[in-house]
Design a protein around this ligand. Sequence first.
Ligand code: ZN
Length: 326
Amino acid sequence: MLKTIIRVSERAANLIARPSRDARPTLKRLATSLRRESARSLSILARRSADVYPVRELQIAIDNLTNTDAVVRRVCNSKEWIDAERSLSLIDIEIEHAMNLIRSGLISGSMDAGEVVLRTSNLLFTAKQKIKNEFNVITELKLSSLPALDPRRSDLSVEIEPHQLPEFASPRKLVLSSAMLMQIGQSLFPPERMIVGAARQIGNEISVKALFDVTGSANSSRVVADPDRLGRALIAMAESDTYFGLWVHSHPGSGSLSTYPSPIDTTQHADWLRDYSPNLVSAIIVRDRYIRFWGTALEAGDVVIEIEGSGIEVVSAEESVYRLAC
Ligand SMILES: [Zn+2]
């Protein structure tokens, strides 16, 4: 009798603690997107010829994608209740796997591999935002920097021999139209406004397909992105097969000296590199239309800027500083 009462009260407690819906529908949609991505990446692999292309890196990226797909499907097919918390922790672990793969440098010789990992991570990130919105969950932002991963500690079930991977080829070109830069110049003032650009890479060329204003609260020393606007922009990027490739904000002051990133800017750039995009290019613009492009990808020579169209003066090609005609 006592056992029965305990069992009944436990069940009642579970019912009270249990949210009204589970996160399974969102995870199922995520599984469908991952399967679609898997088919897409396998078709890329099928078109590549092993002797002229770093196939091994693409295989590693697809292997990671398949692992993620399998984990998500296993949870979807289980009989257990899947609450938001459990779903979010599963998604975070899978995002971490994708980011570790990028940080390890093991796939840096293949742009396709990088794109597969990035798309995997963006699909996961989109599902995470949907679950957070649906269940009104506030998660802690990961602000600490993570150490570079030792490839031997990777928990991916692949054998990796870094010395056999080919060297990375020529740098990617971020092609920006002068008209778009002028649009940015005109929409980012008064200062401390912020936009993010949705980019797409085809071959060696990256182009910016759309711009999103994500300006959030500002004070005299800095501006932060509005989490809702940024979240919506990132979802739009994930849904439209683009990625977070450009971040521009305006500074008060004038002249090229005012376009240097502040310590807060460099920290923000590092956080976004880690969380969203390994190829992010950042830029700062001031009222008299000096604009400086900066960031790890530019400094490392992985990406170079190319301006298309007229009306842009090159102030310093070495420092990627330009001045717009208007
Ligand atoms: Zn700044």
